[in-house]
Design a protein around this ligand. Sequence first.
Ligand code: BG6
Length: 471
Amino acid sequence: MNRASHQPTIIVIFGATGDLAQRKLLPALFHLYSNGYLPQKTRILGLSKDHNDSSSFRKFARNVIERSVHQHRAEELSEFLTTLDYLTGEFENKELYRKIAQELAAIDEREFKLCSNKLFYLAVPPVAYDHIFDQLARSGLTIPCGDSEGWTRVLVEKPFGKDLVTAQALDRKLGKLFQEEQIFRIDHYLAKETVQNIITFRFANALFEPVWNREYIDHVKITLWEKFGVGQRGSFYEDVGALRDVGQNHLLQMLALIAMEDPIKLEADAIRSARQKVLDQLKPLSRQQIRGSVTRGQYQGYREEQEVAAESETETFFRLTAQVNNKRWRGVPFILESGKKMAAQKVEIKVTFKEKESCVCSPDDKQIHQNVLTIHLQPDEGISLVFWAKKPGLEHELEPKTLSFFYKDSDLQQELPSAYEKVLYDCIRGDQTLFTSTEEVSAAWRFISPILKTWSNVPLIEYQPGSQGPT
Ligand code: BG6
């Protein structure tokens, strides 16, 4: 089914030859194109400082897509590549913006014969944002053609700022250029199929909501373990570290979805505001708690990675416990843990229920009879529930059993769209549900910034690659 908008659209990608564009954006755009989810009239304008022209950029994109999208039709790929154009330039140089303006006007005039929609995607490290926003403002490129035609929108990658102060300054700058409804702050975890499923799972089933609280839940653990290290992203990572890279955004957003109240409606404002309320209710960690209970680690060999300082103090691992200070959750620990070069590729949310006070089981049974509900994101997406059952036999013994649902066991696996397809698709449709609001970003920084300030007093523990992180 073709559900793409009919309005001609130009997607302008800053950082079109970078890591994100290669791994995620170009494959996602091609998938959207082949499934009919891009506007019928779409052009993609790639920008970077690499000395390319449109034809070498198309070759580059062909290689990237052939490597990552295994099943594709050759003519479809060739057709898609004709939608790509390219400009070289420095993002801080106003000359580049003059060329962009010329190129966009030429496409509108030559091909679309009207003022098209313009989507600006900042697939660049956060240090480049300031220059790009300043130059976009000066060039007037972000001004829409009118109320009813030619919208302009901006997609901004995380981390949004380095702390609360810089995030708010960035917001003020963005606020001068765009209305809030034009700004799409990406947290691609929100766009993952299983993360979206959390809302459905919790609020479309009568089963779980009555026990989804401190009376029944013992603790929640959110884990994002990656087997690989920082790879080619050393210079980006040095500046950011694990807590800013995935803690302030992906992990806290998953926490928000697990802990939020029923938004009642499937509407962007209702859902964003329900997530925000939870983030606002995160109990700030005291200096003492930070020193005593936050773990910070760095994998052995990190300092030898490309573009990493020989004395680097950047963390590649953290573990901390957050508390949501409200009636539903008071006292329930939410343990957040993430690391690179870990023993396994594992992303999951584990909700462990309290043990029943009484157990109809043998007095010799010393097992802890807890139910555990796991929302699995990696290596496979799905949901599983551990419950207790009678072991078949003459004695009354209990054993754990698992009820589970995994997309890979159904025919759907092939069709699961990537998070970046959803991000691009929703931005083109103007649906902000899966993007973070300015209030959510501020609330998340309000919790994380004090930890970052006290960070230097938390010892940095070295851990073995392929391990469980620091003990
Ligand atoms: C990104 C981080 O936001 O998320 C990366 O910058 C991390 O460091 C990645 O590897 C994990 O995302 P995914 O979708 O691969 O689990």
